[in-house]
Design a binder for this molecule. Structure first.
Ligand code: GCU
Length: 339
């Protein structure tokens, strides 16, 4: 059984509606029906250099060849709104697709938080194996269809997330005392930073650079690719490898739109999506290495941390957050997939 929280509609709905009407024009609207598809708009909060933008653009090209008229226009850099807004827009059908972080779905169905717990995934390969396994994720990923949102199997890994800040290297949880770290907008994300010794400040991804620059926050936590593509290294040069979480981004699509595809197109869509996930994972690993080298050249200071101290600090989160049988089963099945 999943417990759902009420999702509050963003205050900025009017502004986003304006943006959407401004980007209209050209191409037919999504939901073209069995006789032919259309261009689906996809909300993304990453830059054009991020592996998600690159692989989604290829996905669109293959889709238009493999289907009767379906393709995707990717809007990067939060042009259609930050992830919380994007979630709402997909739900009400104003936008057809979005990439959203796992933390966002935790706010719609708490069972998703199982995949946002520290240590649940041992590696990217383990994460991909579990999230591509229908037996594990099937029920969860269709659980938002009442809200008109379908989550596609797999997803885009966020790799291991670590902390970075503008003050000094972090070696132990004590080093985080007194520092404010931006976190994603979820309870687990906040609790995690508290347990690690810092103070959490939830905010949207696109606001982090300015908040770091102005000193509203001292640090944030993310992977090397986001650290580089968002240019956070310019304003927070100490990157400490806490690797507290292997995060996940989900592909969500408006359920009505998905169901309006002909059987043949839907099958092709699923096939091309699976290939996109594979392409993404390969590109992710390559770009992570490249990002590290570029960041070092640009002056970022990397350090290893006392991993045991952080693991110990975070250990209680798992037990305290598996609230019901469904969540415990999901957790156990996921852990078992590592073997
Ligand atoms: C990563 C992730 C995004 C997420 C971001 C964040 O970059 O891929 O989906 O929004 O972290 O910290 O908000």
């Amino acid at each position: 059984m999943s417990r759902k929280k009420t999702y509050s509609i963003m205050a900025a709905a009017g502004a986003v509606a304006l943006t959407l009407s401004a980007c209209g024009g050209g191409g037919s609207e999504a939901g073209g029906g069995a006789e032919g598809g259309s261009t689906m708009r996809l909300a993304l909060n990453q830059t054009e250099q991020h592996p998600s933008y690159i692989t989604l653009t290829d996905f669109s090209e293959r889709l238009s060849e493999a289907t009767n008229g379906w393709d995707i226009k990717v809007y990067p850099n939060e042009t259609l709104g930050a992830q919380q807004e994007a979630l709402q827009l997909v739900s009400d059908g104003s936008v057809e697709m979005a990439i959203v972080s796992g933390t966002q779905l935790e706010n719609l169905n708490e069972d998703f938080k199982v995949f946002n717990l520290p240590g649940v995934f041992e590696s990217i390969d383990h994460q991909m194996k579990a999230l591509n396994d229908e037996e594990i994720v099937g029920e969860l990923f269709t659980s938002l269809e009442d809200e008109n949102i379908t989550v596609l199997s797999g997803g885009f890994t966020q790799g291991a997330r670590s902390v970075y800040n503008s003050k000094h290297p972090i070696n132990t949880p004590e080093d985080m005392n007194g520092l404010k770290f931006r976190v994603q907008e979820s309870d687990i994300a906040q609790e995690m930073i508290r347990r690690m010794g810092g103070s959490p400040a939830p905010m949207a991804y696109g606001e982090v650079y300015t908040a770091l620059q102005s000193g509203v926050i001292d640090g944030a936590e993310n992977n090397e690719i986001s650290y580089l593509t968002q240019k956070h290294n310019e304003v927070a040069k100490y990157f400490s490898y806490t690797e507290h979480l292997v995060g996940i981004d989900y592909m969500i699509i408006n359920t009505d739109v998905l169901e309006s595809m002909s059987d043949k197109d839907r099958k092709a869509f699923q096939q091309e999506w699976e290939r996109t996930v594979e392409d993404f994972t390969a590109l992710w690993k390559k770009q992570t290495k490249e990002a590290h080298a570029t960041l070092e050249e640009e002056g970022a200071q990397f350090n290893e941390v006392d991993k045991e101290a952080f693991e110990e600090a975070l250990a209680p989160i798992v037990e305290e957050n598996l609230d019901n049988k469904a969540q415990r089963e999901l957790y156990e099945a996921t852990k078992a997939a590592a073997e």
